[in-house]
Design a protein around this ligand. Structure first.
Ligand SMILES: [Zn+2]
Length: 421
C-alpha cells in the first residue's frame, strides 16, 4: 500500500465540493492533502504547497468531492450472496477472516472509508480491524462490536457471545471491552437465526439495562437489533443509543405504527438505522431465481409477497418517524443476506424512497452516520486537520444519488487508493 511522505502534497479540484454536513455544494474550491490529513480547503488559486515540496495537482472537472462514506452497519464476514447466517456462522474463523478482508477492500474501493462492524464470529471482527490498522490489508477505518451479545440460542449465537442473567451480561460486556470492542451490539429480539424468534424480545429489561449501564460506564455506545416492537420498547427503556431495523410489528407479526413508542424514540434522540435495502435485496434475489428457472414455487411466491408487504410497512413507519423528527442513519447491513458488498449507495437511495431528500440521505451516510457511531470528529465531514478520507465521484450526487456509482478516486488517510480498472 502506498503511503505519503512528509513532503508530498496532493491538491484536488472539482466543480463541486459537498462537505457532508448538509450545506449546499460549493464551487471554485479545492482540497489540499498532506501528512495523511486534509491540510486546507479553500478557493482554487489560493491553495498552495510550501516551496520545494512535491505537489500533485488533479483536476476532476465535472465531479464532486465529498467525505469518504460512512457505512454505519456492516457484517464483513458474510458473502452477501443469499447464504443463510447460520451457514456462514458455521464456517471456520480463518475462512471468515479472509472473506472479511476481501469485503473490506471492496467497501473501500466503493468509497466507504469508515465502517461500523455490527458483529462477526469469535475474534474475526477484532482481527479484521487490527489487520487493516497494521496495513496488512486495505479497508475502511473499522469501528467494531467484535461479537453481538445475545441470549443462549439467540440471534447470532454462533458468533460466540451468548450471555444470560444480569451477572452473565455484565461480565460479557467487560470481556468484549477487554478484547477491544468500540461499541456494544445487543440482540434485543430474535432474528433470522433459526433458533431465535424475531417477533419476541430476547433480553429482559433488567438485563438490557445492565448491558447499557456497563457499556456506558466504559464510555462505549450501544446499538440494539430490534426486529419487533417489544424489543424497541425494552431498548429505549434501557437507554440504548441506536435502534437497528426498528420494526413496528407485534408478537403475532402484525404491523401497527405505535405512536407513543415513536414519540419515546424521538424524545430519547436515539438514532435509527432502518436497514431497508437488505430486505429489497432478498426480494430481488428470490425474484431472479424464479426468473432464471422460469417459475416460482408456491412457497417462494408467498415469501416474496410477505417480504414486499413488510418492506411497504417499514417504508411507511420510517416515513412517519422522519416526520416526527427521529434521526436516521444509513447502515447497509451488507454483505448480510443477499446484499453484496460495495453497494452502500442502495441504502441511501432506499431512504429517499422512505421520504428523505437526496441531501438528507447523503448526510445519513456521512456526518450523521459518523456522529451516531462516535467518530464525528474525524469522519463524515470535510474539514481541515481531519484524516484525508475523501471521495471523488463524477457528476452531482445531490441531483442524482446514482452519481455515487461513478467513482473517480478514493483517498484514505490522504493517499489515493489504487483500484482495479
Ligand atoms: Zn446486521
Amino acid at each position: 500500500m502506498a503511503t505519503d511522505l512528509p513532503n508530498d502534497y496532493t491538491l484536488i479540484k472539482a466543480d463541486r465540493i459537498f462537505d457532508g454536513t448538509g450545506t449546499a455544494p460549493i464551487s471554485g474550491q479545492a482540497v489540499l492533502l498532506n501528512g495523511g490529513q486534509i491540510t486546507a480547503i479553500g478557493p482554487v488559486g489560493e491553495l498552495s504547497a510550501p516551496d520545494g515540496s512535491n505537489l500533485t495537482v488533479i483536476d476532476y472537472g465535472d465531479s464532486t468531492i465529498l467525505p469518504g462514506l460512512v457505512d454505519g452497519h456492516t457484517h464483513m464476514m458474510a458473502p452477501g450472496d443469499g447464504t443463510h447466517g447460520d451457514i456462514t456462522g458455521a464456517e471456520q474463523d480463518d475462512v471468515l477472516l479472509m472473506r472479511a478482508l476481501q469485503n473490506a477492500r471492496t467497501f473501500l474501493h466503493a468509497g466507504v472509508t469508515t465502517a461500523r462492524e455490527n458483529g462477526a464470529k469469535n475474534k474475526v471482527g477484532f482481527s479484521l480491524k487490527e489487520g487493516i490498522r497494521r496495513g496488512l490489508s486495505e479497508g475502511p477505518e473499522m469501528v467494531i462490536s467484535g461479537r453481538p451479545i445475545t441470549i443462549t440460542g439467540g440471534h447470532f449465537w454462533y458468533c460466540g457471545s451468548e450471555a444470560d442473567g444480569v451477572e452473565g451480561v455484565r461480565s460479557e460486556v467487560r470481556k468484549l471491552v477487554k478484547e477491544g470492542a468500540d461499541f456494544i451490539k445487543i440482540m434485543a429480539t430474535g432474528g433470522s437465526t433459526w433458533s431465535s424468534n424475531p417477533l419476541r424480545p430476547s433480553y429482559t429489561l433488567e438485563e438490557m439495562t445492565v448491558i447499557v449501564e456497563e457499556a456506558h460506564r466504559f464510555g462505549k455506545l450501544t446499538a440494539a437489533h430490534c426486529a419487533s416492537m417489544q424489543g424497541i420498547k425494552n431498548a429505549l427503556d434501557a437507554g440504548v443509543d441506536m435502534i437497528i431495523h426498528c420494526v413496528f410489528e407485534d408478537e403475532t407479526g402484525m404491523y401497527e405504527f405505535n405512536e407513543p413508542l415513536a414519540e419515546q424514540l424521538a424524545a430519547a434522540k436515539a438514532w435509527v438505522n432502518p436497514t431497508l435495502h437488505v430486505v429489497q435485496a432478498g426480494i430481488d434475489q428470490a425474484v431472479q431465481i424464479g426468473y432464471n428457472r422460469g417459475w416460482l414455487t408456491d412457497n417462494e411466491q408467498i415469501s416474496i409477497d410477505s417480504a414486499n408487504r413488510s418492506l411497504d410497512t417499514r417504508n411507511e413507519s420510517v416515513n412517519r418517524l422522519i416526520k416526527m423528527g427521529v434521526r436516521m442513519i444509513a447502515g447497509s447491513d451488507s454483505p448480510w443476506g443477499a446484499f453484496p458488498p460495495g453497494e452502500f449507495v442502495k441504502e441511501m437511495i432506499a431512504l429517499t424512497k422512505a421520504g428523505l431528500t437526496n441531501t438528507e440521505a447523503l448526510v445519513t451516510g456521512l456526518s450523521h452516520a459518523a456522529e451516531s457511531i462516535a467518530v464525528g470528529g474525524k469522519a463524515g465531514t470535510l474539514a481541515t486537520c481531519r484524516p484525508g478520507d475523501v471521495l471523488v465521484v463524477g457528476g452531482n450526487p445531490i441531483s442524482d444519488l446514482n452519481a455515487l456509482w461513478d467513482i473517480k478516486d478514493v483517498y484514505k488517510s490522504g493517499v489515493r487508493v489504487t483500484r482495479p480498472v
